[in-house]
Design a protein around this ligand. Structure first.
Ligand code: NAD
Length: 258
């Protein structure tokens, strides 16, 4: 059965890898991401990223794009309606949009704290409420949230991001219980370390890909960072496995094992 998939934060990075994996499976994909200038500590996606990703992946199958701000409920409604008008259903919601900030808590600004929670946690609340009427009508509904191994273990100077990702794990477990009788499965993927803008433009800014790869080789038991393809493959599994709900699955090369 061909399903209709909505991937938030799908213009680049892990979201793009997830979109690619569903296209290779033969599904319809709508990537939804910021389509304008939103200021943050590092650049987030622009409308040109959406267009370029559609151009790059369209040879694989049916892919479209829409501007979305997950912190704006009306924008979430518009994205879900767009997919249903186009394909007739919304079967899988992938809540992948996210931002990171780091630093000691005494100098961490309240506005950045609020913004991280608005995107990483409330954005999922908004998207699920917008998608639920359609998921309830789907023949094979699933939700996959992108959490993180930072949602299972705290780290110094990462309190805000870790707390937001612990919240995603809690949301995943709670909604898995809440929706089980409706047949909507809810799972999370917990990537370890993937070389995207979060690392290259913030966490290890200006250090280059070579330095990143050698640092990760030292740090990760399987001696390599994860790829966006690794995460895409896991998300397709979580969205497809008929008897799996409420799990937060690590794809982390052994960096976290619980
Ligand atoms: P990324 O910055 O390349 O991708 C994040 C995407 O989310 C961007 O395209 C950005 O424009 C979009 N986004 C941000 N705010 C948004 C909003 N308000 N509305 C809609 N879209 C918005 O980074 P990534 O690494 O690909 O991150 C994807 C997800 O993976 C995030 O949830 C992140 O927390 C999670 N994650 C990443 C890593 C890693 O090592 N890169 C590890 C664990 C988890």
């Amino acid at each position: 059965m061909t399903r209709s998939i909505l991937v938030t934060g799908g213009a680049r990075g892990i979201g793009k890898g997830i979109a690619k994996a569903f296209l290779q499976k033969g599904d319809h994909v709508l990537i939804a991401d910021l389509g304008g200038i939103t200021s943050w500590k590092y650049s987030l996606s622009k409308s040109s990223d959406l267009t370029e990703t559609v151009d790059e992946l369209s040879s694989l199958g049916s892919i479209k794009a829409i501007g979305l701000d997950v912190t704006d409920y009306d924008s979430c409604i518009a994205a879900t309606e767009h997919l249903v008008e186009d394909t007739g259903s919304l079967d899988v919601l992938v809540n992948n949009a996210g931002i990171v900030d780091s630093g000691p808590i005494d100098s961490f600004s309240e506005s950045n704290w609020d913004r991280v929670f608005d995107v990483n946690v409330k954005g999922i609340y908004n998207m699920i409420r917008a998608a639920l009427p359609y998921l309830r009508k789907s023949q094979d509904p699933a939700i996959v949230n992108t959490a993180s191994i930072a949602g299972k273990r705290g780290s110094a100077n990462m309190s805000c991001y870790c707390a937001s990702k612990f919240a995603v794990v809690g949301l995943t477990q709670s909604l898995a219980q809440e929706f089980a009788s409706s047949g909507i499965r809810v799972n999370a993927v917990c990537p370890g370390i993937v070389g995207t803008a979060m690392w290259f433009d913030h966490l290890m800014a200006n250090q280059g890909e070579e330095r990143f790869n050698s640092a990760m080789q030292q740090r990760i038991p399987l001696q390599q960072p994860q790829t966006v393809e690794d995460i895409g493959e896991a998300v397709v599994y979580l969205a497809t496995a008929k008897n799996v709900t409420g799990i937060s699955m690590n794809v982390a090369g052994g960096l976290d094992m619980h």
